[in-house]
Structures are given as structure tokens and as C-alpha cells.
Design a protein around this ligand. Sequence first.
Ligand code: AR6
Length: 165
Amino acid sequence: MGMKAVLGDITQEGVDAIVNAANESLLGGGGVDGAIHRAAGPELLAECRKLGGCPTGGAKATRGHRLGADWILHTVGPVWHDGSRQEDALLASCYRNCLKLAVGKGARSVAFPAISTGAYGFPAERAARIAHREVSEFLRTHPALEVRFVCFDRATFELYQRLLK
Ligand code: AR6
């Protein structure tokens, strides 16, 4: 199915699995994490409490609860420092782990936000290149999967549009 970029709110995407850019506690926060918890309802936090957190670069699944999606894949992106603290490799690991988890859950479509590029300060273009590279690589062995990059602002959307050309 391949990849596409869309502009909008990830909680409104009609996909099997939505990726959340969470923190290591998995107990909610601001940004896309806050929006997902608000849309999914309090049952999501109750389920997250049982997960025991998640290391940076990892991913854990919950049900979608009141969201349209069946699954929420919670991943923890790296906090950007200066690029010397494995930020690139950890971000790549987030994308790969979410894609593996999505396939493991039987999801046929998955939506990603621009992980780490908000509160965590990862440079947007550098992050988009990593996201695009990791998803392209994964789709070579899983060509039936549909991946959407959900961009919350026009600048991010245009970045992805260029990479996808
Ligand atoms: N739909 C799609 N993208 C969104 C939405 C939305 N509803 N809301 C924000 N974005 P951020 P991070 C974009 O800060 O940098 C949280 O407090 C946003 O414009 O949500 O990984 C967590 O609990 C940006 O492009 O995540 C962590 O503590 C992208 O999503 C921390 O923030 C990521 O921004 C994680 O920081």
C-alpha cells in the first residue's frame, strides 16, 4: 500500500493503529500524547498504568478504547540534545519497533505523528528523513501495509511531501 503524508489531527485518522509520541512513564503528557489520551478516554490511562513504562526507542501496544483505531502504539522518542547521544538511532528504533508491533497485532494501516519533534526538540527535517528511511525499508518486506505520516502543521506536511516525491 505504501506511504502518504496528511495534514491533520492523528486522533481523527481512520487507521487500525495510531502511534503515540509518549514519555517513559507512559502515563500521559502534552502534545499528541495529551490529544490521544483525551480522545481515547480514561480507560487508556488505566491500561497504560499496567505497562510499567517503556524505555526510549521502545514501543508498547494498548487498545484504542474510544478512539476509532483498534490499537495505540506508544513509543518514546529521544529528547534532542546535540545529536551526539544516539538520538538518530533511537528515533529510528521507535519507527521500527512500532512497525513490527503493528504487523504483530495484525494492523493493515498505521498512522505516525512526527515523533520527538515537538516538546523533545528533534530537528524536524532530520526526523522526517529518518522516519521516511525506516518506513521505506520496512515496506520492502511488508508491502501490504499502509503508513500515514500525520503532520500537525503545514511546514511538517511540506517536508514529508518533498521526501515522498
Ligand atoms: N496530531 C498529530 N500530531 C500532533 C498532534 C495531533 N493531535 N498534536 C501535536 N502533534 P509532541 P514529542 C505534533 O510534543 O516531541 C508529551 O508531553 C507536534 O506538532 O507531541 O515526542 C509526551 O508525554 C509535533 O510535530 O511529542 C512527552 O513527554 C509532534 O506531534 C513529550 O511530549 C510531536 O510533538 C514527547 O515529545
